[in-house]
Design a protein around this ligand. Structure first.
Ligand code: GSH
Length: 204
């Protein structure tokens, strides 16, 4: 059985949604990032990077990084495109989110990771918010005229959904992004998404 180490509201919500969509039984293990559980000796054995998500495989081994976990789950549950070009586009989106969009958001929440001088932190947060906002507008354009990012619902969509919830949390005017908001409205109608939102206490 698969095990997902996740924290409510974190990027691990994407894998959580995919697992709920799959219908397969899995073990969900909550990691309290607020209390620093991700830096504890026990969790570092699971993911030496000290982050969520981590996915425990059937054999007991764990893998980390959304860029590995989402394609792995997508292939297992047929939520990953089959055509090589669409596969590459999906990987391009996942890579861009994990390397650019997510870190921009991290500048808002964790400025101390980027500069030791507290006097610079407000500036780092404000810059992070502007950059993150710009990326969300790019995602809005990607959803224009489309139900889902690629041919059909895939692991890329829950990842995009997580970023929408972060935009709301950071008080970015998400309602101005019409296509992205219409996508969010479609997502919240999915029973799997509703179950995850209830478990992770997500308010939109
Ligand atoms: N590159 C990693 C980033 C994972 C990550 O930063 N996760 C955050 C939650 S969204 C985390 O665990 N933060 C805990 C910390 O920074 O101490 C991925 O995409 O999986």
């Amino acid at each position: 059985m698969l095990t997902l180490c996740y924290c409510p509201g974190a990027c691990s919500m994407a894998a959580h949604i995919v697992l709920e969509e799959s219908g397969e039984k899995y073990d969900g293990r909550k990691i309290d990032l607020g209390k620093g559980e991700q830096r504890g000796a026990e969790y570092l054995k699971i993911n030496p990077h000290g982050r969520v998500p981590a996915l425990g495989l059937d054999g007991g081994e764990f893998i980390s990084e959304n860029a590995a976990i989402l394609p792995f789950l997508g292939k297992r549950f047929k939520l990953f495109p089959e055509d090589p070009v669409t596969q590459a586009k999906t990987m391009s989106f996942i890579g861009w989110v994990s390397s650019s969009v997510h870190p921009a958001q991290a500048h808002i929440g964790r400025p101390e990771r980027y500069a030791t001088d507290p006097a610079t932190h407000d500036n780092i947060k404000a810059t992070g918010k502007t950059v993150f906002h710009g990326y969300l507008k790019e995602i809005d354009a990607m959803y224009e005229g489309k139900e889902y990012l690629f041919d059909k619902f895939s692991v890329a969509d829950p990842y995009a959904f997580v970023l929408y919830t972060w935009g709301v949390r950071r008080e970015i005017p998400m309602h101005e992004m019409k296509s992205y908001t219409a996508f969010k409205d479609r997502m919240v109608k999915r029973p799997a998404v509703q179950r995850v939102m209830e478990d992770e206490k997500i308010k939109l």
